[in-house]
Design a protein around this ligand. Structure first.
Ligand SMILES: [Ca+2]
Length: 483
């Protein structure tokens, strides 16, 4: 952004808010728009300089499981509305095919392998004691606090158990949720180290987790409506265990498969929650002052939960498209285009700098962010493509995407090369016939890989198995215990 031009407009003739934002190239513009006034459309909402931010994360929601993504059997009108009111990315990626590493990248805007957060830690009771989002890294909440934001987090953390790693020590004024990677939806106890907590204290009772996190987010928005707020709402839906309330199950009497029916009920509850949160924003007249982002942390584990990734190949845990390409959308009424579908590749790492720029923050100079602010690209100010290459490393697996080309290796080490423009399902391995393209991608990957550090931990239960004696005594825990 040209700051001189921005100031010239800011102190120049009276402009409509939209003109003003456009004149500024939008990025960071809202931060300069200080003072309160009635919205130009007559909406009684109070205009502020800084937009509110609501970041909603679904857990293990596959690429194909929303109405707007092509699903036919589970209506998701409220999540779909984010796409209708804003931008949907068809090539939106998570930075890892499993939960905790993606969240580390999401919170920091940096490839999480730069600081060793490459793998899930395993269940809380067997996780490596060092597990936690590195204190050397700043979370988006920590960067928003000095900009005047009230910050609240409601849901699944999965970024550390020790006191110094907990949300209230990582930039969040309020926390209601749990620390592990999964939790039962029905009870406050979710296994060792995995109570439902308010702040740092376990709570005695709760609603269905999806409803409880929604309730807390809505309350937070109501209480902070008069100041800029950041709501981080990482639902545990639709991660296992498959548990749903009768009121949600009743909507899907036509689905005979019990697993699928329960999944449908869980997704429907999630969609209701999103509807209630965005309904509160609308009710308060804050829609044009609120940037809403929605993403899933990884692809669907179809065999476990039915969460589907069609038309992609692969699942959660794999660097195939089905493991990493996810629903990804954002709305900011009056600022972002409405109903836009973008095919340009973007990644979860972009969310941190996008939020930071919208809030008027300055990108840090001491730590390189790998994500980029997407808003100028969507406003046509910077060209469509924010990235010419994206990378993944997840243990023995790796992948690189450059343009339409993607090279990957699964744990078997076999090199696969696909042109995603022609082959979204990664069916035709072109590696043998394209040695030069393969070399180009390999060189790019090697350059990136050389910047990374080794994983700081392995999955807790893998660690135990390698130690031998503990393996049989401590079998793999159920998903509800958290991983
Ligand atoms: Ca997940």
């Amino acid at each position: 952004m040209d700051h001189r031009a921005a100031q010239g407009h800011a102190f120049g003739a009276k402009l409509g808010r939209r003109d003003f934002l456009e004149a500024l190239g939008i990025a960071g513009a809202a931060a300069l728009f200080n003072g309160c006034q009635t919205a130009p459309d007559g909406n009684a909402g109070v205009r502020r300089g800084k937009p509110n931010i609501i970041l909603i994360v679904a857990d293990d929601l596959g690429y194909g499981e929303l109405g707007v993504q092509g699903s036919k059997d589970i209506p998701t009108p409220n999540i779909d509305a984010i796409a209708r009111n804003g931008v949907r990315f068809t090539n939106g990626y998570a930075s890892c095919p499993v939960c905790s590493p993606t969240r580390a990248g999401l919170m920091t805007g940096r490839y999480q392998q730069r600081f060793g957060h490459e793998l899930n830690p395993g269940p809380g009771e067997s996780a490596d004691p060092s597990f936690g989002l590195a204190l050397s890294e700043a979370t988006i909440a920590e960067r928003l606090k000095p900009l005047g934001y009230a910050t609240g987090m409601f849901g699944k953390w999965h970024l550390g158990y020790s006191p110094e790693f907990q949300p209230v020590k990582r930039g969040f004024d309020e926390f209601y949720g749990f620390l592990a990677g999964a939790h039962t939806y029905l009870r406050v106890e979710g296994g060792a180290k995995n109570a439902i907590m308010r702040g740092t204290e376990p709570v005695a009772d709760m609603d269905y987790t999806t409803d409880a996190f929604t309730r807390e987010a809505v309350s937070f928005i109501e209480r902070h409506k008069s100041e800029p707020f950041f709501v981080y709402l990482p639902y545990n839906a639709v991660h296992g265990p498959l548990e749903a309330l009768p009121k949600y199950l009743a909507r899907f009497g036509g689905i005979t498969d019990k697993k699928r029916r329960t999944f449908a009920a869980m997704l429907s509850a999630l969609d209701d929650g999103v509807g209630q949160v965005l309904g509160k924003v609308r009710e308060l007249g804050l829609e044009q002052d609120t940037l809403v982002l929605f993403i899933s942390d990884n692809g669907g584990p179809t065999a476990q939960t039915t969460s589907g990734n069609a038309p992609l190949r692969g699942f959660k845990g794999q660097v195939l498209e089905g493991g990493i390409r996810v629903p990804y959308m954002m709305q900011w009424k009056g600022t972002l285009p409405e109903g836009k579908v973008s095919d340009t590749p973007v990644i979860s790492l972009d969310i941190h700098p996008t939020i930071l720029a919208a809030a008027g923050g300055v990108l840090p100079e001491d730590k390189k962010l790998d994500g980029v602010n997407l808003i100028p690209h969507l406003a046509g100010k910077k060209g469509e493509a924010p990235h010419d290459r994206l990378f993944w490393r997840f243990g023995e697996q790796c992948a690189v995407r450059m343009g339409d080309w993607k090279m990957l290796k699964l744990a078997d080490g076999k090199v696969e090369l696909y042109n995603l423009a022609d082959d979204i399902g990664e069916k035709n391995n072109l590696a043998a016939g394209n040695p030069e393209k393969l070399k180009e991608l390999q060189v790019a990957y090697d350059q990136w890989n050389a910047q990374l550090v080794p994983p700081r931990w392995k999955r807790g239960n893998q660690r135990l198995q390698k130690q031998g004696a503990g393996a049989k005594a401590r079998p793999r825990r159920k998903a509800a215990k958290g991983k």
